[in-house]
Design a protein. Structure first.
Length: 298
């Protein structure tokens, strides 16, 4: 078990053991497979999580709400539980020639992701704008049921507007994301987690549209960043956002990337947070302290 392995490592090496919970155990909000979706699974998770947390010198969560939830669950260990998010890589996006107004989702569609929450309001926006398929595009890139997506588009009467691509090489994906006017993060019911694509999107000259509930980890990390964060339950607001962005695009306005104004969300800054915490563990004289996932911006 993890806690026994941690104790063995610490005993044999004399070095602290770090527990990185990219996915939580007892706080798991949704199980991906039926074979572990049971009360027994959660009881076992709680049973083995506590000694693992006790044995760890540092417990790393992947969002600030996840950190806070673990601190509430284990108040005695609160000081050694920190948040280190994914962050975005710092690089210049490809320079491309833009085509039509394109709304792009990149990633797998699985579990709770519901493309209809994008397609229904997009269909209404298209009809109210009188946009043609040459003017308004919706693109899904990644692992998804293409037949199901086209059936959804057919139900909304927008088949000519919707296209799908399976996995593409990383370089090609960068070009496709750079060509998009709007980059979409679909809804998820795991409020403690932040899709990695949210950080990646910040590096592109595109409007970011995240379907997320207020107070979720995704909404909190994007709050006051310039991204459009809309409740997945509010399709009228999603429609209005798409319509507004289309009108701006048609008038010649082009979005600019959000990353330069958000250095605290870079992978470098997140790695520094982890290294500072490790330094505090291994160097008794270190003056650095683990910082919060969302430091106050000047």
């Amino acid at each position: 078990m993890a806690h026994e392995a941690g104790r063995i490592v610490a005993a044999r090496t004399g070095r602290p053991w770090l527990m990185d919970l990219r996915d939580p155990w007892s706080l798991l909000e949704r199980s991906g497979t039926d074979d572990v979706a049971s009360p027994v699974w959660y009881r076992l998770a709680r049973r083995y999580e506590r000694p693992a947390v006790d044995a760890a010198a540092l417990v790393v969560m992947n969002s600030d709400p996840a950190r806070q939830a673990m601190q509430r669950a284990y108040p005695a260990a609160a000081k050694k539980i920190i948040a280190v998010m994914n962050g975005f890589d710092e690089y210049d996006p490809p320079q491309v020639t833009r085509g039509p107004f394109t709304v792009t989702f990149a990633g797998s569609i699985y579990l709770d992701r519901d493309p209809n929450l994008l397609l229904r309001p997009a269909a209404r926006a298209i009809r109210s704008l009188g946009a043609t398929p040459d003017q308004f595009r919706i693109e899904f890139i990644g692992h998804a049921d293409a037949a199901a997506l086209h059936a959804m588009a057919r139900a909304q009467g927008i088949v000519p507007y919707v296209s799908t691509r399976y996995f593409v090489p990383h370089g090609q994906l960068g070009t496709l994301l750079a060509q998009a006017a709007v980059l979409v993060s679909l809804n998820q019911d795991s409020d403690l987690a932040i899709p990695a694509k949210v950080f990646e999107y910040l590096q592109y000259d595109a409007w970011v549209l995240a379907l997320a509930e207020r107070g979720s980890a995704t909404e909190l990390v994007l709050r006051d960043t310039g991204a459009d964060v809309v409740s997945p339950k509010n399709e009228e607001a999603i429609e209005a956002t798409l319509r507004e962005r289309y009108v701006q695009f048609a008038a010649g306005t082009r979005p600019t990337r959000l990353a330069p104004a958000l250095p605290h969300l870079s992978r470098r800054a997140q790695a520094d947070r982890l290294f500072d915490a490790i330094e505090l563990l291994v160097s008794p004289t270190a003056v650095c302290e683990p910082t919060e996932a969302h430091p106050t911006k000047a």
